[in-house]
Ligand binder design. Structure first.
Ligand SMILES: Nc1nc2c(ncn2[C@@H]2O[C@H](COP(=O)(O)OP(=O)(O)OP(=O)(O)O)[C@@H](O)[C@H]2O)c(=O)[nH]1
Ligand SMILES: [Mg+2]
Length: 650
């Protein structure tokens, strides 16, 4: 299936999933089974599904054909070359293509001068006034091309300015940024571009990232640290005529398979195979030649040959524009596209399923638990009343006393519940004193001060090491608080289950392991960079290291923010079922006592009361059935794709 088709199928699936979840939310509200928190969780889940994005990044040294490949895969329908693609360096800044319906089609450009500040591009995204916006006339291919050509713009600055902006200026031919006759250096004019464009795939949430070559990627740690690792697919492009050069290899190691094994969704494209299309050779000979080249690339990158995709982006684009199927086949572009959609979409679907499953699963289990405990309470009440049939007033009185005693006992048990809540909030406070952003802010501040005062490279590295050491310690301490909360809650759950028959199961476990891993990753990156940075730079070392630290600190803060959010959700998830069940149990005991009282006082006849409860039971069973039906429809959507297709076929 082509990328466009598979993407459309994925989008359709996602919107069906959303509508089933919406139905579930409505049903809960109509049946008064929801509360503010459940409603909020479902609303957030739906929002996340709506905003779900799929990121594809194109990474390579300059002139390998990234922009041409993007044109060929996504923009051939516009009958022209949309992104500028030409010999030499063309795309001067990282360029994101996406669609945000709240904005008019336009291209937004962040001036290169912003690099002198300590803020990353992501931070700048919240300040539209910092960007230069150029409207896009989507009706006119020429107008579009003109607007898009801004990504190739350069500007000339003094060499001091260039150094301040992070460009390594040199004299030799090997240097990318050279001082010209007039003493000025030509550098990119923009730091980042965002193209807001109503393309059908972009409208469905696809985000494409085109990057310039090594020097530019390396200058924006945000790209290496967060955008590329979190992209759902990264296409690494080589050119058949150049093979794997040193700088190709550097990009591969540094930005794509950092940490050793490449992740899912990382693909290698060997572009420009049309260079081999020698008229004096047979197709078989040409194919063998291409195969040989692919094998050699695979060997250098330590990958199986099957993971290298030879294509001709340029011929693919021409073929699509001219509707030439033979040429399209020969460009091998369709093979790359179907491999890309196979890599991309199922992986994306898995992530969405996993997130939905954990949120939705938790909510639906809680509702089910609530209904079941209602049913159990009701049945107990029914048995009690049935047993009263034909019994005298004395027995009724005895029963009443029994239920009253049970109620009193539960209420005194509640003292323990209140005590648990108070211990729980103390432990929670302890947890956030380690995990909270305040202490991280303090640590960042101290590190920044130390670095400013540092006179030696050694002090700079030590400050970084301390920073990571203390961040990790904060996570370790948080983990031990989490374990304490967990074991306390497990004990309490058990007590309430044994003594009062509450159906609580075991509390959900939680750990911060993934954030510890994230710190490991960031520190490994820092270690490898700090050394080169400290040894290479002679001038302005402090400023550069400072800037570098700020970028890392942003990533660490982001990890902590996520960890905090996860911890909060977990704390609610572990306390809420207990709260609901205790409240529910209290109500039931009150009802049981009430109904025996009424029979005792002859306000109700026993048979009327039993009939009434029978009815309530029937309604409850019906509710459980509807819950199963509605939640089942959501769960069905979350099954693996092949299982789901089988079910649909049956
Ligand atoms: N023969 C041939 N040339 C190609 C192919 N794809 C791209 N090119 C050419 O290679 C040159 C560079 O292509 P771009 O698309 O600008 O490459 P890029 O990777 O985006 O380069 P930068 O933007 O500079 O980083 C252009 O002259 C393209 O016409 C291909 O499949 N075959
Ligand atoms: Mg380009």
């Amino acid at each position: 299936m082509s990328l466009a088709n598979q993407f459309a199928a994925y989008t359709a699936w996602r919107s069906r999933l959303s509508s089933h979840i919406g139905e579930f939310q409505g049903w809960l509200n109509r049946n008064e089974l929801s509360d503010a928190q459940t409603d909020l969780r479902l609303t957030q889940l739906l929002e996340r599904l709506r905003e779900d994005r799929l990121n594809v990044a194109f990474v390579a040294e300059f002139s390998r054909g990234k922009s041409e490949l993007i044109n060929a895969i996504f923009f051939a329908d516009y009958g022209n070359r949309m992104l500028p693609s030409s010999a030499g360096r063309t795309t001067m800044c990282p360029t994101e293509l996406l669609f945000d319906a709240s904005k008019r089609p336009c291209i937004e450009l962040l001036p290169i001068q912003t690099r002198a500040t300590n803020s990353g591009v992501i931070e700048y995204k919240s300040f539209p006034e910092e960007w230069t916006a150029v409207p896009l006339d989507t009706e006119s291919p020429n107008g579009m091309q003109d607007a898009l050509s801004h990504v190739s713009e350069t500007t000339r600055v003094t060499s001091e300015e260039a150094a301040r902006l992070g460009f390594e200026v040199g004299q030799g031919d090997a240097e990318l940024y050279r001082v010209g006759e007039d003493g000025l250096v030509e550098v990119p004019r923009w730091r980042h571009a965002m193209i807001n464009f109503p393309h059908p795939l972009l409208k469905q949430g696809l985000v494409i990232l085109d990057t310039p070559g090594l020097n530019a990627i390396g200058a924006e740690p945000e790209l290496t640290l967060s955008q590329l690792p979190s992209a759902h697919a990264v296409l690494f492009i080589l050119a058949a005529d150049t093979g794997v050069t040193q700088s190709d290899l550097a990009i591969w190691k540094e930005h794509i398979c950092g940490g050793g094994t490449p992740k899912r969704g990382r693909m290698v494209v060997m572009n420009k195979i049309d260079g081999q299309w020698d008229e004096l050779k047979t197709h078989v000979e040409i194919d063998a030649e291409i195969q040989k080249q692919a094998a050699s690339c695979a060997r250098i990158l330590a990958l199986p040959t099957s993971q290298i995709f030879p294509v001709s982006a340029q011929k693919g684009l021409v073929a699509k524009i001219n509707g030439d199927n033979t040429l399209l086949e020969r460009s091998r572009l369709p093979r790359l596209e179907s491999a890309l959609s196979e890599e991309l979409i199922p992986a994306k679907r898995d992530i969405v399923c996993e997130n939905t499953e954990s949120e939705f699963g938790d909510v639906s289990r809680r509702v089910r638990g609530l209904l079941e405990s209602r049913l159990a309470g009701l049945r107990e009440q029914l048995t009690e009343l049935t047993e009263l049939r034909g019994k005298n007033k004395g027995v009724v009185e005895y029963m009443m006393g029994k239920v009253r005693a049970e109620k009193d006992e539960f209420e005194s048990g509640l003292q323990r519940y209140y005590a648990v809540r108070s211990v729980f909030s103390t432990l929670t406070n302890n947890l956030f004193s380690h995990l909270g952003l305040d202490s991280l802010r303090q640590l960042t501040h101290e590190t920044r001060e130390t670095m400013l005062d540092a006179a030696f490279s050694k002090t700079l590295s030590e400050a970084m090491a301390t920073y990571f050491g203390r961040s990790r310690e904060a996570l370790t301490r948080s983990n031990s608080e989490i374990n304490e909360i967990l074991s306390m809650m497990a004990a309490v759950y058990k007590k309430f289950a044994v003594e009062h028959g509450l159906k609580l199961g075991a509390p959900t476990a939680f750990s911060l392991l993934r954030y510890e891993k994230e710190l490991d990753r960031l520190q490994a990156w820092c270690d490898s960079h700090l050394n080169t940075m400290v040894s290479l730079l002679t001038t302005d070392k402090k400023h550069i290291t400072q800037k570098f630290f700020e970028e890392v600190a942003v990533q660490v803060r982001r990890a902590f923010e996520h960890a905090n959010k996860d911890a909060e959700i977990w704390l609610r998830a572990i306390m809420a079922p207990m709260e609901t069940q205790v409240r529910e149990h209290q109500i039931q005991l009150k009802r049981r006592l009430e109904s025996i009282k009424r029979i005792h006082q002859a306000t109700d006849t026993l048979e009327d009361r039993i009939a009434e409860l029978d009815n309530v039971e029937k309604n409850l069973l019906q509710q459980i059935q509807s819950l199963e039906d509605i939640a089942g429809r959501v769960r069905e959507m979350l099954l693996p794709l092949d299982v789901q297709q089988e079910l649909e076929a049956a």
